[in-house]
Structures are given as C-alpha cells and as structure tokens.
Design a protein around this ligand. Structure first.
Ligand SMILES: Cc1cc2nc3c(=O)[nH]c(=O)nc-3n(C[C@H](O)[C@H](O)[C@H](O)COP(=O)(O)OP(=O)(O)OC[C@H]3O[C@@H](n4cnc5c(N)ncnc54)[C@H](O)[C@@H]3O)c2cc1C
Length: 217
C-alpha cells in the first residue's frame, strides 16, 4: 500500500512560536500587536488565541486574546491588549515585547460568538471587548461592505477609544465618564434607547422600509 504523503501539522491545538511584526499604541493603556505565524490558519471573526509565557525557571502563565484582524491578513494575526497595572501577562506584552521578539501562541479557538459573514449584525461592546467585534467590522468592510453591520461601543473617555482612526459611520460611541467637549452623541452607559436607535439604523441599512420599524410592545 502506498504511504500517505506527510502533511505538516497546523494549528489549532498546537503551540507555535510567533514573531512580533509590529506594535501600535492604540490608547495610553492599549497596544495592538501584529504577530507573524509559521502555522497560520484562517480564523473566523470572533475567535481568539491563547498566549503562553514561560519564565527561565519554567513557571508558565497563559491567557486568551481575541483576534482583531480580518482572516484576509494571511500569515498574521493582530492581538489588542489592555494593560492591567498589576497583571502578569498584559504588562509583559506592553513593557517587554518589541518588534522581532518571539511569543508562543495557540489557536484559533472559539469561545463566544463568531461571525461567519452570513447575516447582518448589531455588535455591542465596551473597553477591550471591542477587539473581536473589530475583527468582524474589518472583515465585513473588506468582503461584503454592502451587508448591514453596526457597532455600539462604550468607552470611558476620548483617550480610551481603541481603533479610533478606523471607526466610521458604522460605529456609534458612548462616553461613560468624560465625553469630549464638543460631543453631541450619546453619553452614559449603553441603554435600551441607544440599542433601539442602532437597531433601527441597522434595519434601514438592511433595506427595511422606515414605516415598518418601530417599537414592538
Ligand atoms: C476569550 C477571551 C478573549 C480575551 N480577549 C482579550 C483581548 O482581546 N484583549 C485584552 O486585553 N484582554 C482579553 N482577554 C483577557 C485576557 O485573557 C487577560 O485576562 C488579561 O489580559 C489580564 O491578564 P494579566 O495576566 O495581565 O492579568 P492577571 O495576572 O490575570 O490579573 C488580572 C487581574 O486580577 C487581579 N488578580 C490576580 N490574581 C489575583 C488574586 N489572587 N486575588 C485578587 N486579584 C487578583 C490582578 O491584580 C489583575 O487586576 C480575553 C479573555 C478571554 C477569556
């Protein structure tokens, strides 16, 4: 019998050593890390990677980080990390990792919601919870810009807006602590009125006649 052709084992499930290709300071506390992966496989927007750090004495710490990039960025993933002052792994990312460094990763894995590009979506998140939602927005902009998708995004203040330069008309912000002086949009926590307005805009984008959109009860 013929022998099977050897096939290189690829992620997920297997740890691999990624290289830091570039780093972007998104906000005073948040940085995005572009990692180049030798065993890259396409992910679904919403999936995450596990990251593992190993100290010289063998002590290990492992954390999960959502993928911020579109799967169209072949060979690379972007992780966006919020620095927790007294954390173990996120300060290492911020204070130690530089371009060219190696970091062990494993993935992609799904934990909560993944977007398969099949349906319009209303995305709601705050703080670093926006990271997996950004992967969905970025991917939708590149693959099906005509599909209705809206992001409702809650931040403390203007300096906390991750991906600020990339947020366009498909994103609605609310500032929970310090809105900018000239801000005319929503302030305070995400509430029913804000979600209702975003849902109505989404339905209009989706082609539903305005007359058919209204409160249900
Ligand atoms: C599916 C998934 C996706 C995620 N995606 C992202 C993402 O995209 N971006 C992101 O920034 N994070 C993300 N996270 C969170 C991330 O995995 C880490 O939890 C986060 O970075 C903190 O890790 P750390 O090692 O820096 O802090 P840790 O060392 O884990 O500490 C976290 C906090 O707990 C406190 N703490 C630790 N030990 C104790 C103790 N014994 N008693 C009391 N308090 C304690 C610390 O002081 C600190 O404030 C995600 C998590 C999951 C599960």
């Amino acid at each position: 019998m013929d022998r099977l052709t050897p096939v290189e084992q690829r992620a997920p499930g297997r740890w691999q050593v990624a290289t830091v290709a570039s780093i972007v300071q998104e906000t005073p506390r948040v940085k995005s890390f572009r990692l180049r992966l030798p065993m890259w496989v396409p992910h679904l927007p919403g999936q995450h990677y596990d990251v593992r750090l190993t100290a010289p004495d063998g002590y290990r710490a492992q954390r999960s980080y959502s993928i911020a990039s579109s799967p169209l960025d072949a060979g690379e993933i972007e992780l966006t990390v919020d620095r927790l002052a007294d954390g173990e792994v996120s300060p290492y990312f911020h204070d130690v990792l530089v371009e060219g460094h190696a970091v062990e990763v494993r993935g992609p894995f799904a934990a909560y919601f993944v977007w398969r590009g099949e349906a319009p979506a209303l995305l709601i998140g705050g703080g670093s919870g926006v990271v997996p939602l950004m992967a969905m927005l970025r991917h939708r902009r590149r693959t099906m810009p005509e599909l209705a998708m809206r992001l409702v995004y809650s931040v403390h203040s203007a300096e906390d807006v991750i991906y600020a330069a990339e947020l366009g008309g498909d994103a609605q912000l609310t500032y929970t602590r310090e809105p900018p002086a000239d801000w005319t949009g929503h302030s305070g926590r995400i509430d029913g009125a804000m979600i209702g307005a975003a849902a109505a805009a989404l339905l209009l984008d989706h082609g539903l006649p305005a007359a058919r959109i209204g409160p249900t009860g």
